[in-house]
Structure formats: C-alpha cells, structure tokens
Design a protein around this ligand. Structure first.
Ligand SMILES: Nc1nc2c(c(=O)[nH]1)N[C@H]1C(S)=C(S)[C@@H](COP(=O)(O)O)O[C@H]1N2
Ligand SMILES: [Mo]
Length: 205
C-alpha cells in the first residue's frame, strides 16, 4: 500500500503539491465510495423530497421542482477523501448553503450544528459555521451535468473544507441541532472535525 501511495505522491507535479494536504495523492479519476447501495429514482418528483427540521422556526419540505427553482452558483474546488485521494479543480453547481438559508424559515439562535440525513440512513455532521462559507453547497451538477447516481443524484452536500465523507450523497434531510451529534463515520471512529490540512482522520489522532 505504502509503495502505491509513494508512487502517486511522486507523480504530483510540484506546482500542485501545495494544494495537496499531507498524506494525500492526486487522482484524475473520480472514485466512488459509500456504504450500502446506490438509490435509483424512477421519478424524482414523487420519490424524492428534501426535509428541513430541528432548530428552525417551522419545519419545511422541498419537492424536487421547488428545490431546483432556487438560485444556483458554480464553484471550482479541490476535494479530499480520507482514503487519501484528492481531486483538484472539480466544478460543482448547486445552491450555496448561505443562500439556501434565505429560502427557509429563520433558524433559531440555538442552531449551531447540522446533521445530514441521507437515503438508507447514512448521516454526517458539520458545524453550521462551516456551511456558511462560500464553497459550501447543496450540489446537483458536477462538471455541468447531473450527478451520476453513484455520486449522489439528485442532491448531495458539498463541504470541500472537510474530508469528503462529510459531503453526504443522496441527501433527503437537513436537521439543525443545538448540540453536535455524530454521524455515521464519526461514530465509527473517524475524526469529528475532519480537517484534511490538519490530517484529522481518526478520532484518536
Ligand atoms: N449517503 C452517503 N453519502 C456519502 C457516503 C455514504 O456512504 N453514504 N460516503 C462518503 C464518503 S466516505 C466519501 S469519500 C464520499 C465519496 O463521494 P464520491 O463517491 O462521489 O466520490 O461520499 C461521502 N458521502
Ligand atoms: Mo471517504
């Protein structure tokens, strides 16, 4: 394993090396990683919605059509998976989370954390603060095209500042919390803060 990583490190051009966090190698591929099976929707209008609840004045629900009518942005950013691959200059289109907040009822002042709820029960947690940054999106186009089913169609979180497991695929629910709650991989022993630049891979690091 180490030899393979080492080889990959060596291949990273020096001008890009500064953009690659410690212990990561650059890949041109787009690896697919998840727990469980890929949900397939025959009709997103009837089989998919997005629910928002928790520390918010009023819970709210978006149909596919309603969600797709929200204003979008397109950003180019680097992503870093805890399994050590990084992918540079990936382009995503979706609703900036900060913008999304303007289209839902006001959050209660107690809202400090987010728990993503995904198809098949996958969860991931992030501080609300991280989602207020420019690069934090609810994303549905990758390189200008609909997300492939295995990459999260019809909606995923995009949290480039954290290891990629926090970028939850097949998003169905957004829960605002006053107290942090660990998600699927976080409970499994991964580092809650998950900052790739600090190599926060495992909880006991
Ligand atoms: N719903 C869901 N989202 C998920 C996961 C998962 O198991 N289920 N895995 C995470 C992990 S560990 C990674 S690295 C990325 C991988 O995204 P990709 O398959 O688009 O590369 O998705 C994240 N989002
Ligand atoms: Mo991952």
């Amino acid at each position: 394993m180490f030899e393979r990583f080492k080889k990959n490190f060596d291949r990273t051009p020096p001008e890009l090396a500064a953009r690659v966090p410690p212990g990561q190698y650059v890949t041109e591929k787009f690896p697919v990683l998840h727990y469980g099976s890929v949900p397939i929707y025959r009709d997103v209008e009837t089989e998919w919605d997005l629910r928002v609840w928790g520390e918010i004045e009023q819970p709210v629900r978006f149909s596919f059509r309603e969600f797709r009518s929200l204003p979008t942005v397109t950003i180019t950013t680097d992503i870093h998976c805890v399994t050590r691959w990084s992918k540079l200059d990936t382009t995503w289109t979706g609703v900036q989370f900060r913008e999304f907040l303007k289209h839902i009822p006001p959050l209660k002042p107690t809202a400090k954390y987010i728990l993503w709820h995904c198809e098949h029960g996958f969860t991931a947690n992030v501080p609300l603060e991280v989602m207020l940054e420019d690069d934090a999106l609810l994303a549905y186009l990758y390189e200008g095209r609909e997300l492939d089913p295995e990459h999260g169609y019809p909606l995923r979180a995009l949290v480039p500042k954290k290891y990629f497991w926090k970028s939850a695929k097949w998003l169905r629910g957004i829960e605002f919390l006053s107290q942090d709650q660990l998600g699927f991989w976080e409970r499994y022993g991964y580092h809650n803060n998950a900052d790739p630049w600090r190599e926060e891979r495992y909880a006991d690091d």
